[in-house]
Design a protein. Structure first.
Length: 300
């Protein structure tokens, strides 16, 4: 009897193929590692793609200086366990060098500033491809991405200038100064990610599971309180049981009220969720084209 792959095995096989294809076509690739579940899954897939050898390219993290400490601790422990090389670009360095201006006010974040740091780090290390954990179901601008997403010599993305990808044939040809973002898990959904994490027993930062935390309600968004967060009139700090569906700067990463402390409970929550995964990200609520505008500037 012929064995049929499960949908998770099919997704895994496709992603591993994309990762190996990127390694074959590019001279100096890296993995964009944020410490979030998607980049962790991409890293896990890369480990499987090249086992028993180590991942043949480094992990690159853009440190905004406003990261959750849990994320940084997880990153460092994972890199040590894997024996991988870590490249870190610091947004604070970009600010100190006058490359970007520090935002001020109650809505201030370093989310937009990190695009400059990302492009500078790619150029400094001569990376010609950066493998990221973006998925097409996350946001409408993400849905326009190819597996191999071309960036021009300024690091900018233009959805009209992407190459066709027929029969899983990827065109990584580029001019000097150009590079690619590669998205191996483009066809995965949030639920696929969580089911795969359960199947593979992948470790995650504790932020993804319900815990008690000082929070601030800002409209429909729940933010983790920190001295980096400027309170608006009428806002106050309160303890809540929350978890995060997506991670970024602690000043913009919205949490959800939750009691899910296990992978099985998280999967049940995701399966019945009526809000998009990034629906409580403050950085995506600026305008209808917030994500696409940032991607055109070089964002992940």
């Amino acid at each position: 009897m012929k064995y049929r792959l499960s949908h998770l095995e099919e997704l895994e096989s496709e992603s591993i193929y994309v990762i190996r294809e990127a390694f074959a076509q590019f001279e100096n690739p890296c993995i964009l590692f944020s410490g979030g579940k998607d980049s962790i899954v991409v890293t896990h897939l890369a480990v499987k793609a090249f086992a028993p050898a180590k991942i043949p390219f480094p992990l690159m993290h853009i440190d905004t200086g406003h990261n959750f400490q849990e994320t940084l601790d997880f990153r460092d422990n994972l890199v040590k366990k894997m024996g991988a090389r870590l490249v870190v670009g610091y947004v604070q360095d970009s600010i100190d060098q006058g490359r970007v201006a520090e935002e001020t006010g109650p809505n201030a974040s370093r989310n937009r500033a990190q695009s400059v740091t990302l492009l500078d780090t790619i150029e400094a290390n001569k990376f010609d491809a950066a493998l990221g954990g973006a998925r097409r179901d996350e946001e409408k601008a993400r849905a326009k991405e190819r597996f191999f997403s071309h960036r021009d010599e300024f690091g900018q993305w233009n959805p009209k200038h992407q190459r066709p990808e027929l029969w899983n044939l990827f065109n990584g040809k580029k001019q000097i100064g150009e590079h690619f973002r590669v998205f191996p898990i483009s066809n995965w959904t949030e639920l696929d990610i969580w089911q795969y994490i359960l199947k593979e027993n992948i470790e995650l930062p504790s932020l993804y599971f319900a815990h008690q935390r000082d929070c601030v309600k800002r409209g429909d968004i729940i933010l983790s309180y920190s001295p980096l967060l400027t309170l608006r009139p009428g806002e106050h700090v309160e303890e809540m049981f929350i978890r995060f569906r997506t991670l970024g700067d602690l000043t913009i990463s919205g949490a959800i009220a939750s009691t899910a402390t296990t992978l099985e409970e998280v999967i049940m929550e995701v399966a019945i969720a009526d809000q998009a995964e990034r629906g409580n990200r403050a950085d995506d609520q600026g305008s209808e084209s917030s994500m696409e505008d940032r991607k055109r500037e070089g964002y992940f």
